[in-house]
Design a binder for this molecule. Structure first.
Ligand code: SF4
Length: 391
């Protein structure tokens, strides 16, 4: 017996090809895409505008299967986390963060991670395997339709979309699982599937320089880079990949990426580690780095400071709040938009560094807007265009 083809693994072009193999016209692929990704259908019998003969063929040769849900928890702040079975004892997470005007899903691209950043608990687990396209897009598929089901919202384009933004910030380094990641991205952007704009999809990387360049050509979505250090010596110790692609190369690739990016800035993520990377001198060194005054290319950017989530093996501590504030102030005084990420979903271990990522909250929006007016007066009216990390 031949294995069933999981249609979640196929991007729009591959689905056309697959329909061709079944002796079907290309428009059938569009219909299938809509049924699967817009209506959340997995039962071919329910796809009523497909010919009966096609439904019968699909029933014996294909399936629509996302990773099975092992657990499903909702935090008191509304954050919802699913633990998903990806086989052979591996599990990954998808985390949904509801906010006033948007819903962000943080997804994983690998089971475990080989990069082994010092402050990341995923890295400490080691690398198990790359996720398939179906396992990556299946997180979005499962989450969107589970969320709709719990709110009694109809599937299909008429029902209110629950996930408006996707961030690839969960387990794994997406650019080390390149092809499946890009295929999944293309499905997210396709109008017959999720139709998300490139600005609303963010890929976060620890800095795989050649693949940043490749992504700029293949599918330039918004880019976030896990920076975490202001010089190579420090970064070598925190993000081991830096030894291969040092800051000078990383900054140059970010600059090149911006020519193709949907936004005119790169988001630099910076995990605040007590006594390690959080001094005034570090902040000033960072400014010199991104402004191109330390031998690297200048990069239009904003900073997202992430209070570290301590875990026992790390031997690291979270920077104190006044230190984070002072650090942010130095960056802002240099004209760099800086936000401090509020940890969400702490009570269900969905906070950043606890396997999956999360995004900043909007509770301080008023405060930031006020600050923004101040900075616009100081640095020009366009300054405030970049207020939020993931819009
Ligand atoms: S921070 Fe990202 S790249 Fe680094 S170990 Fe964790 S999952 Fe991997």
């Amino acid at each position: 017996m031949t294995a069933l083809t999981n249609l979640l693994d196929l991007d729009p072009a591959q689905l056309v090809e697959y329909c061709g193999e079944l002796g079907e016209k290309p428009f059938r692929a569009k219909q299938l895409l809509r049924w699967i990704h817009q209506f959340g259908a997995h039962d071919f019998e329910a796809m009523t505008d497909l010919a009966k003969s096609l439904r019968d063929k699909l029933a014996t040769r294909a399936m629509v299967a996302a990773p099975a849900v092992i657990s499903d928890h909702t935090s008191t702040d509304g954050t919802r986390k699913w633990l998903l079975d990806v086989g052979q004892g591996n599990a990954v997470e998808a985390v949904f963060i509801p906010e006033e005007n948007r819903g962000t899903l943080c997804i994983s691209t690998q089971a475990g991670c080989a990069v082994n950043c010092r402050f990341c608990s995923t890295g400490k687990q080691g690398f198990s395997r790359n996720l398939t396209v179906g396992e990556i897009i299946g997180q979005l598929w499962m989450a969107e339709f589970e969320l709709r089901k719990s709110k009694n919202i109809a599937p299909g384009p008429k029902g209110e979309r629950q996930i408006t933004n996707v961030v690839m910030m969960g387990m794994g380094e997406p650019l080390l699982n390149y092809e499946p990641t890009v295929t999944a991205l293309k499905l997210m952007l396709d109008d017959n599937a999720y139709g998300l704009s490139r600005r609303r999809v963010t890929l976060s990387t620890s800095g795989v320089v050649p693949m940043i360049d490749k992504l700029s050509q293949d599918c330039a979505v918004a880019l976030a880079v896990s920076l975490h250090a202001s010089n190579d010596t420090l970064r070598d110790g925190l993000v081991p990949l830096n030894k291969k692609y040092p800051l000078r190369e990383l900054m140059a690739s970010c600059k090149r990426y911006l020519e193709f990016a949907p936004r005119d800035f790169v988001t630099f993520e910076y995990c605040m580690l007590d006594g390690v990377n959080d001094s005034d001198a570090n902040a000033r060194e960072l400014i010199a780095l991104v402004q191109g005054r330390s031998g690297s290319e200048a990069v239009s950017c904003k900073f997202n400071l992430i209070p570290f989530n301590p875990f026992p093996e790390s031997g690291l501590k979270r920077s104190h709040n006044p230190r984070i504030k002072a650090f942010a102030q130095i960056l802002m005084d240099a004209g760099i938009v800086t936000t401090v990420r509020k940890t969400r979903g702490d009570d269900i271990d969905a906070a950043c560094g606890q396997l999956a990522g999360e995004v900043q909250d909007r509770t301080k929006v008023q405060e930031r807007m006020q600050k923004m007016v101040e900075y616009q007066t100081k640095f020009g009216k366009n300054f405030g265009r970049i207020v939020e990390v993931f819009e």
